[in-house]
Design a protein around this ligand. Structure first.
Ligand SMILES: [Zn+2]
Length: 276
């Protein structure tokens, strides 16, 4: 049985999984590797789709720096590892996706999809740890699912588990944040990230037509927009790293450092609530 806070997100995921089970295996499109922009630049094949991964490297490295700076901050104890997983996966995405786009094929796509799956796992773990009182092992369970979902596609050509993992953050995170009355800054950050990611997927699906109109392909723009989404998460963590935790019983006025929000630990959930 799920503990109570899990019921709504678990039910939604179960419904999506059920719909996928009924739909049957979802294979990859046969022309998936035929990207619109195949122009080389200074000998670099598919240059735009390769170079547009640099943003993931920058945001991932910045996020890992923030995680390192947060190592002594108690109010981030529960989510530090999950954020680390997310940002490390972004760095890996930069390398995996660049390698794939240099010479797109199914084997290389494994190394593009695996870090993306791990990034989804990291974001889900952040939300589950912060708002659902999920135990630390949720990180390992989600990593196992991420690896399993990509392996399943590699072995069977069925994308359903991988797609489920991609859809899960888009459905679960907003529901959990709203249901748990998450602080406004957190709602805005994750809402912004999801918004950019959904827009990125729209451009991905219109790869060729966007290229015909703009001269820049939909897939290249997808990389950039998805990077913008990850930057929303990094900026939010940056604000969290700049917070000062003040005991709820403290009688002195709350002070902030560098204009960052001041948080008070919620004794019931161990999660911060914004003040001021
Ligand atoms: Zn790509």
């Amino acid at each position: 049985m799920f503990a109570r806070p899990y019921i709504l997100p678990a039910s939604l995921l179960a419904l999506i999984a059920l719909a996928m089970a009924v739909a049957g295996p979802i294979p990859q499109l046969t022309d998936y590797h035929a990207f619109a922009d195949q122009r080389a630049l200074a000998g670099l094949a598919n240059a735009a789709d390769v170079l547009s991964n640099l943003g993931f490297l920058a945001v991932g490295a910045y996020g890992l720096l923030l995680v390192q700076r947060a190592r002594t901050l108690r109010h981030l104890d529960d989510v530090r590892f999950s954020y680390g997983l997310f940002f490390a996966a972004l760095v890996a995405t930069a390398f995996g996706s660049s390698w794939y786009h240099l010479a797109p094929d199914d084997t290389r796509l494994l190394f593009d999809r695996l870090p993306i799956a791990l990034a989804c796992a990291g974001l889900l773990a952040v939300t589950a740890r912060r708002h659902l009182d999920a135990p630390r092992c949720i990180n390992g369970l989600l990593v196992a699912f991420a690896v399993g979902s990509v392996s399943w596609w590699g072995l069977t050509e069925d994308l359903r588990p991988y797609l489920l993992l991609q859809i899960a953050p888009l459905v679960v995170i907003p529901v959990v944040l709203v249901a748990n009355r998450a602080p406004k800054a957190e709602l805005e950050a994750f809402g912004c990230a999801i918004g950019w990611y959904v827009l990125a997927k729209v451009f991905e699906m219109a790869d060729h037509s966007v290229f015909d109109v703009l001269g820049v392909s939909g897939h290249t723009i997808k990389h950039v927009l998805a990077t913008a989404g990850t930057l929303c998460i990094a900026r939010y963590l940056s604000a969290q790293v700049g917070t000062v935790v003040i005991p709820a019983h403290a009688g002195t006025p709350a002070e902030s450092s560098g204009g960052a929000n001041v948080y008070v630990r919620d004794a019931r959930h161990g999660s911060p609530r914004a003040r001021g």
